[in-house]
Design a protein around this ligand. Sequence first.
Ligand SMILES: *[C@@H]1O[C@H](CO)[C@@H](O)[C@H](O)[C@H]1NC(C)=O
Ligand SMILES: *[C@@H]1O[C@H](CO)[C@@H](O)[C@H](O)[C@H]1NC(C)=O
Ligand SMILES: *[C@@H]1O[C@H](CO)[C@@H](O)[C@H](O)[C@H]1NC(C)=O
Ligand SMILES: *[C@@H]1O[C@H](CO)[C@@H](O)[C@H](O)[C@H]1NC(C)=O
Length: 471
Amino acid sequence: MLHVTKHLFCSAFFLVLKLHYWVFFLTTLLIFQAEIDVAVQLLLKLKTDYKHLTGQDYKAGCPPPENVVNQDNGAATDGIDEEDNVDPWNVSTSNAKGVDYDKLIVRFGSSKIETELVDRIEKVTGQKPHRFLRRGIFFSHRDMHQVLDAYEKNKSFYLYTGRGPSSEAMHVGHLIPFIFTKWLQDVFDIPLVIQLTDDEKYLWKDLAIEECHRFAVENAKDIIACGFDVNKTFIFSDFDYMGSSPEFYRNVVKIQKHVTYNQVKGIFGFTDSDCIGKISFPAIQAAPSFSNSFPQIFGGRKDVQCLIPCAIDQDPYFRMTRDVAPRIGYPKPALLHSSFFPALQGAQTKMSASDANSSIFLTDTPKQIKNKINKHAFSGGKDTIEEHRKFGGNPDVDVSFMYLTFFLDDDEQLEKIKQDYSSGALLTGELKKILIETLQPMIAQHQERRKQVTEETVKQFMTPRPLNFKL
Ligand SMILES: *[C@@H]1O[C@H](CO)[C@@H](O)[C@H](O)[C@H]1NC(C)=O
Ligand SMILES: *[C@@H]1O[C@H](CO)[C@@H](O)[C@H](O)[C@H]1NC(C)=O
Ligand SMILES: *[C@@H]1O[C@H](CO)[C@@H](O)[C@H](O)[C@H]1NC(C)=O
Ligand SMILES: *[C@@H]1O[C@H](CO)[C@@H](O)[C@H](O)[C@H]1NC(C)=O
């Protein structure tokens, strides 16, 4: 053990030397942008390795204490990068509990949403924090404190979120960013833009342009059904808006001019055989982060702060955006990141629109919901009732319980379910019944609201126009 500790200490010490070297190297030499990117990535990796090895954040000029221990919950041997794969197109993990979000925060260089931030949001808005915040479903952020600082000084901001419309079918997991964005819009009383990246889907999937655009309009109906305020919300399809807004296109081109092929290759993993549409697309997802992309809303102001609630796999786009922003004279967008919604079959399996059994879809009937959960929801329970009563179930890997953390609003009830399931008092069938009875009315209400969304309503939301708010 002593030997291991010493070895850790030496490795950590060597890392400190390497870090010092790189910090020195970075701050004293003027080198080309591409090389800086490589160096920054190396520096980040060294910092990650350092934290992994010592359990502490790297502080310049502060060598690790002699008694360094790995505080990584005993998971010292798992590869920090091998286990989870997270990018805008693929998310995979081999862990039944799902992606390790603490590691992802270190890897992406974002900040954890601590209780302090949640308390602050409560204080500033005067509203009980949304369950997604209370339960760490939105778990990571960039610059949220800054947004609140400004808001307290009566400087408002706007929200930007989006969706890639790859099919007509949306499942409950797709609603997570919209449910949360709606709450943010309500408690802060601010405008919102929603980008439907039908162009992205055309570039990445084997679909016709008309199909992608149709999916965008169909998805917009489900999004509108989440209850957004038509006087404060602009929903747009890239195919429609890019061609109609010179200001938007100008920002796209400004961004394109300030990002090199090497950078997007590094961030997104593009290869020489990817079409040039893919390579330039990140600029289109970045542009709505800047308020003057919407002159009809912000009247040409370029300094309105943007806050982006999204799933963490979208972060690469906004790391790029934040890197470009100061170079083209715009504020960096702030971010709130959500964790992933698990497939019914378990957190390490993929949810797919082509497999109706992998999730609950917004078009499912009460009977389908019941059958899917009973037949397909991965259970953390024991094989027999006797064993389950004796040893209890494992809520950490149980998909029905995970879904309840997303959709059951009552904290006390959720905690009681967790205790009872863990102790064995609550059986898997009973847990599933609670989930079924939570989702059936929720989906039915969504379907009812969607039915009310007419073509005319969609047109209203999707027409570039002034919105009603004070900044
Ligand atoms: C995502 O994963 C699939 C299959 O694992 C692979 O074929 C595809 O190239 C990956 N896409 C990207 C953008 O990495
Ligand atoms: C913000 O606005 C409110 C109401 O208009 C006002 O009472 C308050 O003094 C303002 N705060 C600052 C810091 O300007
Ligand atoms: C939107 O604004 C219009 C005109 O001011 C108003 O009549 C309508 O009630 C508003 N709608 C909502 C949902 O607030
Ligand atoms: C979904 O599950 C049902 C019943 O368990 C089965 O009959 C059906 O074939 C499955 N569908 C797919 C696409 O796997």
